[in-house]
Design a protein around this ligand. Structure first.
Ligand code: ZN
Ligand code: ZN
Length: 196
């Protein structure tokens, strides 16, 4: 049994309530798996020159770090995200209420994979076969973000330069919610002057 304050009910409906919880490691592994499958599909059918495909993986990773910053700052923290029953509070307010709730550190599996596939087809529509490099990078960036965020909330900071990620995110949670929106890198906080 969990302590009463270690989790919080999001939905009245028991099915939705169960659905709103996720196994973070399983979701993260599935997203890395999806990235790998799409990458290998592109390699096998030679849809993009391999060198370009690998370069696009790094472009996708970098693009995700910017997307992560924008979404966290302008979508997750939009409006009354800490109060009420609006979707921002279900998506992110709940995490600020109980940062240590391990079952609420990622989207539920069907939603995480479903949204990722929609994003893949969107990229494919926009940039054609370049998506076989860009999407694996982008979605690996997402999985990496979820993994680092999971570690920040479940492990002690490491004794190397990565500890700054722990420090910044704890400042975001416990000192100033309008600072340190970046989880995987402080770069965009530096660019947009929200570094703590
Ligand atoms: Zn936040
Ligand atoms: Zn957090």
């Amino acid at each position: 049994m969990k302590a009463a304050n270690s989790s919080k009910q999001l939905f009245e409906n028991p099915f939705l309530e169960r659905f709103s919880r996720s196994n973070a490691i399983a979701v993260i592994a599935s997203l890395f798996g999806l990235a790998l499958i799409i990458f290998l599909y592109g390699v096998y059918f030679r849809l993009v020159p391999l060198g370009l495909q690998i370069l696009l993986v790094f472009v996708g990773l970098f693009a995700f770090s910017f997307f992560e910053y924008l979404i966290h700052r302008y979508v997750f923290h939009a409006g009354n995200y800490r109060e009420g029953k609006n979707w921002q509070s279900k998506l992110h307010g709940i995490h600020h209420d109980i940062p240590s709730d391990r079952e609420r550190l990622t989207l539920p599996m069907p939603l995480a994979l479903g949204v990722s596939l929609v994003v893949f087809f969107l990229f494919k529509f926009l940039i054609g076969s370049l998506a076989y490099g860009f999407f694996p990078g982008f979605i690996s960036g997402y999985a990496l973000y979820l993994l680092i965020h999971y570690w920040i909330h479940t492990r002690k900071p490491p004794k190397n330069s990565l500890k700054v990620l722990w420090r910044n995110h704890h400042i975001h949670h416990h000192v100033d919610e309008n600072k340190a929106y970046g989880v995987t890198t402080p770069f965009w906080d530096w660019v947009f002057r929200t570094l703590p």
